[in-house]
Design a protein. Structure first.
Length: 115
């Protein structure tokens, strides 16, 4: 993990961000978060509610290879339901799992963009 400025090099606001090796080494944690989220949705009736959105998921700060700044990047995608309301309603177990595994990293749900 790396401390880097957000979005642009001269930004005084920095964040602790994942790098590619961090993400790959912990892939099982991200897959477990996806499974928790999907299972929570299934356990609550698997309803597809809300606007059809693409790119829904959980974001974390990420510094790509040969990059100097951190940008928000999806680390867990929600591709089993189209509706943003259904996705956001059942995301909390996944967020709790990620936050307990990486307490120093900021995770947040992103509704994506309307289709």
């Amino acid at each position: 993990m790396k401390t880097a400025p957000r979005f642009y090099q001269d930004n005084p606001e920095t964040v602790l961000a994942f790098q590619k090796p961090d993400y790959e080494a912990n892939r099982d944690i991200f897959e477990r978060a996806e499974s928790l989220w999907h299972n929570e949705w299934l356990a609550n009736g698997a309803k597809d509610e809300g606007s059809c959105c693409l790119g829904k998921g959980i974001e974390a700060w990420y510094v790509g290879p040969r990059k100097r700044t951190a940008v928000p990047t999806l680390v867990v995608a929600c591709n089993w339901v189209q509706g943003n309301v259904a996705a956001s309603r059942y995301v909390e177990p996944a967020l709790e799992h990620l936050r307990s595994a990486f307490p120093e990293i900021e995770f947040r749900y992103n509704d994506g963009r309307m289709d």
